[in-house]
Design a protein around this ligand. Structure first.
Ligand SMILES: *Cc1c(COP(=O)(O)O)cnc(C)c1O
Length: 384
């Protein structure tokens, strides 16, 4: 059996090596390292893939979120509601811009932001909601967009983990993750579903004016050379990363399907285990159906309900099965984001999830032998 890895970027590279190397070589030959034609071409390719009017590439996913918030003109003191159970980047940029983060609990089935908790958290100061499409599946965008409309709030989608996922709205319309709110942000960090070979990110919007504003912000607030109209940042996707992403984008759907395939096999093996809850996919499908493209499994995350999650982590590590705990501490209990307004009773789900979740190896190169070994190792422990 091949050594099991949490993420197998090397194996994936071997499959696309010639094309990637050729495209990188071309950039080395032309020296168009910054703002080269590959960046513009990738931007167009991604606009087509996502069916969105504007993609603005930038340096990483954290910048993408920050720049999206700057573009919307959010002001210090504005309250921004986001999920307590996510990677810290989401809340970090809110705080960095001196906006007020308002963390709320999540849904126990999807791990995504809880709709009732959003409603409860809204005050006259609330200006935006940041749903995070955690682990590869969209938050309940119908409900979020409806709340936003009713309260005149911006919706900023943190799509760092769900690029390529589709969302089926209750009206029957299918949209790509990240393109439904006023603005979406994504990351091309190497281990993300569409990863480059360094750092990268992008912002999406269908709003022409917002796109124009953001294009200036990423470039030092310049709309005309050496005229700085607003305070901006320097945040660029470089040409080599754009070339890598351009080679990988046509394969993204196949990559997502490979992840779903692995997830289906995992869930089939774990289905009747009493101490394991497998991930739920929404959009009406039961468990992980064969046609569902609503989940792209950035992570495959189980809940271990017998209180032995930490022991399982040790057992898997000792048996050469890598795993991860995303995330072990709720953001509302992180030192940097403590706020006396947060009450433990308002976070029952996150507080439970941090004790139960475990993410198994998930990437495009998992084979059946590895999956069988992983599932039987997990089941052996949980039943033992
Ligand atoms: C990865 C990630 C980010 C940040 O992306 P970087 O490119 O690492 O800056 C933001 N939000 C979520 C949910 C992420 O998973």
């Amino acid at each position: 059996m091949k050594k099991i890895q949490m993420v197998d970027l090397g194996g994936q590279y071997q499959e696309i090596k010639e094309q990637v190397n050729a495209s990188i070589n071309q950039i080395l030959e032309t020296s168009a390292f910054i703002n080269g034609p590959e960046v513009h071409a990738f931007q167009k390719d991604l606009e087509d893939y996502l069916d969105v009017k504007h993609v603005i590439p930038c340096a990483n996913g954290t910048d993408a979120l920050q720049i999206a918030m700057m573009g919307l003109g959010l002001k210090p003191g504005d309250e921004v509601i986001t999920a307590d159970f996510t990677f810290a980047a989401t809340v970090e940029v809110i705080a960095l811009l001196q906006l007020t983060p308002v963390l709320v609990d999540v849904d126990p089935e999807t791990f995504n932001i809880d709709i009732q908790a959003i409603e409860k958290a809204i005050t006259p100061k609330t200006k935006a909601i940041v749903p995070v499409h955690l682990f590869g599946q969209c938050a309940d965008m119908d409900a979020i967009l409806e709340i936003a409309e009713r309260h005149d709030l911006f919706v900023i989608e943190d799509n760092a983990q769900a690029i390529g996922a589709k969302y089926l709205s209750r009206t029957g319309k299918k949209s790509m993750a990240g393109t439904m709110g006023h603005v979406g942000a994504t990351s091309f960090f190497p281990s993300k579903n569409l990863g480059c070979y360094g750092d990268g990110g992008a912002i999406f919007t269908n709003d022409d004016d917002l796109a124009h504003t953001i294009r200036g912000i990423v470039n030092h607030g310049m709309y005309e050379r050496y005229h700085h109209d607003v305070i901006g940042v320097n945040s660029r996707l470089d040409s080599i990363q754009a070339a890598v992403l351009r080679s990988k984008l046509p394969k993204l759907d196949t990559y997502c399907e490979a992840r779903r395939n692995a997830a289906r096999k995992y869930s089939k093996a774990f289905k009747d285990q009493p101490n394991i809850i497998v991930p739920t996919t929404v959009n009406g499908c039961e468990g992980i159906c064969d046609i569902c493209d609503c989940h792209v499994f950035h992570q495959y995350t189980l809940r271990i309900t017998n209180g032995k999650r930490d022991e399982l982590v040790k057992f898997l590590n000792a048996n050469d099965v890598p795993c991860g705990v995303y995330y072990p501490i709720p953001l509302h209990r992180q030192k940097a984001y403590l706020d006396e307004r947060y009450l433990e009773k308002d976070f029952p789900v996150t507080n439970q999830l941090v004790k139960e979740v475990i993410s198994l190896p998930m990437h495009t190169e998992l084979d059946d032998e590895q999956i069988d070994y992983i599932t039987s190792t997990v089941i052996g422990f949980v039943n033992g």
